[in-house]
Design a protein around this ligand. Structure first.
Ligand code: GDP
Length: 300
């Protein structure tokens, strides 16, 4: 069974760490709309978290960066009067340097990502959804902020009035992404933020049409009426969506076949219930097994 996951940088990577311990070969199509150049290097937060999670080196207290990393360079830059806006670990920075050097040599983001995931021994295909740059901007009462300014500098506190994915109209799905979807038995939308992680994947070109031709299963990132972490609730409300598994299913309804919701949560769409909270590796493996059994039941 070939599965393609759509992923952001926290909820779905948790599931992928569990899934890859059972089945190491799959595709992950990753959001690039939170990517940003920092101190001369290209940081792809979602791609890095996916690779680090599958390689089992992610810092799973924060769910970004590499475990036991140091911040010597970041602190040194600050001491010299250079205020780096994102906390970047020393080991993590090595990934960003390699990526940026490959890009400067003319590699596409897809090819640079393949080189990097191979360096980390990752068997799964990790595919940026496109090679073009897309930037998420959040409209607040103080004007438009880049997503990283909103989330890292303003700690996600300002009220969200609108969201824009700048550059999305010019972005193209890569051939690798189209091939992966066409050759998949199922597409799984992992428990990622429907607005900032999944929208910039499903709104590119004819992705929605591609998804309509496939068996699509989603796992809710919302339990009850709250996200497990992050600003998904605030962002869903700004999009006029109900903050619930039902709101998530509604948002994906034109291509969704089935949603996995938390035990006891209600949903008007075709759904199955189980414990979808992943607090540790055992939870991730348990949910991955449940997903595999569900897919076998539905698609054989
Ligand atoms: P981001 O790029 O860091 O925003 O990461 P994602 O979009 O991949 O993940 C953020 C979403 O993951 C949030 O909406 C969370 O509610 C969801 N999430 C985090 N941990 C869990 C979990 O254990 N279970 C479920 N179901 N969702 C989770």
């Amino acid at each position: 069974m070939i599965v393609s996951f759509l992923s952001g940088g926290t909820g779905t990577p948790k599931l992928l760490r569990g899934y890859s311990s059972i089945c190491p070969e799959f595709n992950v199509i990753v959001n690039v709309a939170e990517d940003v150049w920092v101190s001369g290097n290209k940081v792809c937060p979602d791609i890095d978290s996916v690779i680090y999670a599958i390689a089992d080196i992610i810092d799973d207290k924060k769910w970004w960066g590499i475990k036991n990393d140091s911040f010597v360079t970041h602190r040194r830059l600050k001491m010299l009067g250079f205020d780096e806006k994102m906390m970047i670990g020393d080991l993590d920075r090595a990934t960003h340097i390699i990526r940026s050097e490959l890009l400067r040599k003319g590699y596409s983001l897809t090819d640079a990502t393949r080189e990097i995931k191979n360096m980390f021994g990752v068997k799964a295909e990790v595919l940026p959804v496109c090679n073009e740059e897309i930037s998420t901007y959040i409209k607040t009462c103080d004007g438009w902020l880049h997503f990283q300014e909103f989330w890292v500098c303003s700690k996600g506190e300002p009220e969200v009035l609108d969201v824009e994915f700048r550059g999305i109209e010019k972005a193209k799905l890569t051939n690798d992404v189209k091939f992966a979807i066409k050759n998949s038995d199922a597409v799984v939308i992992g428990p990622s933020n429907p607005i900032t992680s999944i929208t910039p994947i499903i709104e590119i070109e004819n992705m929605r049409m591609l998804l309509k031709s496939k068996f699509v299963l989603a796992i809710s990132p919302i339990i009850g009426n709250k996200p497990v972490s992050g600003p998904a609730g605030k962002l869903m409300r700004a999009f006029g969506l109900e903050v619930s598994a039902n709101g998530v299913a509604n948002y994906y309804s034109d291509f969704l076949d089935l949603i996995i919701v938390h035990s006891g949560d209600t949903c008007e769409f075709e759904h199955i219930e189980t414990n979808i909270l992943m607090k540790c590796k055992e939870d991730e493996v348990r949910l991955a097994k449940f997903l595999i059994n569900t897919l076998r039941e539905y698609i054989g």
